[in-house]
Write a protein of this length. Structure first.
Length: 215
């Protein structure tokens, strides 16, 4: 073989070998202990009440949350979820402050909203607001849901209990609605897998010692 051609072939082989990518060593991905709960969907937008009679002049406030609303929402559950197992996040938007705590190993989530009703509200307003249409919005990311119980105290604290299903897992949910002020309502939703129902009851008792479940 011509010496010049041989040298050219050797150089071509070296160049091609330098351009070949080095195979990366695969990193094993740990299997999740439980399918995460889909993030809750916010409750529907708060609409102003029907137009009042001409002789009535409603006194309405701003629908924008204040720093006091943010502080109230963040402090509402105390230190119950202030541990490394629970990851906290919050957001502020018109009519509401939303706080979320997620516990991925348990497949659990706690969701709180401080809702602002600018023109105040009465019990019938809350009954209309937390209705079947509301639940369709709240659970639209779930495959199915069923209201299994609901109750209310003399002071107006409401509790709704659900069973839901998503990605082949069953969950139990408790959803409280508390009249906080004449223009503020706080809702607290706690979600645990069916097999962790005892933990659901335990956290429910810490959140609402006197109304952790419907009688």
């Amino acid at each position: 073989m011509n010496k010049k051609i041989f040298i050219l072939l050797v150089v071509a082989v070296i160049i091609l070998s330098c351009r070949m990518p080095v195979a990366a060593t695969p990193t094993p991905t740990p299997a999740p202990t439980h399918t995460p709960v889909p993030p809750p969907t916010s409750t529907p937008k708060i609409e102003p009440p029907d137009k009042p009679l001409p002789t009535v002049t409603p006194v309405c406030i701003s629908s924008e949350p204040t720093q006091a609303d943010i502080d109230r929402a963040l402090a509402y559950t105390g230190k119950i979820f202030d541990t490394t197992e629970w990851n906290k996040d919050y957001s502020v938007s018109e009519n509401r402050v939303a706080v979320t705590w997620q516990n991925s190993p348990l497949g659990a989530v706690v969701y709180l909203e401080a809702l602002i009703f600018p023109c105040s509200y009465e019990e019938p307003d809350l009954t209309r607001y937390f209705s079947s249409e509301n639940w369709k919005t709240v659970f639209q990311n779930y495959e199915s849901y069923e209201l299994i119980d609901e109750c209310k105290t003399n002071t107006g604290l409401r509790l709704y209990e659900f069973k839901t299903q998503n990605q082949g897992f069953e969950y139990r949910i408790k959803y409280w609605v508390k009249n906080d002020t004449n223009t503020r309502v706080i809702v607290t939703m706690i979600v645990f897998p069916l097999e962790s129902e005892l933990l659901l009851d335990e956290y429910s008792s810490m959140l609402f010692p006197n109304y952790s479940t419907c009688p």
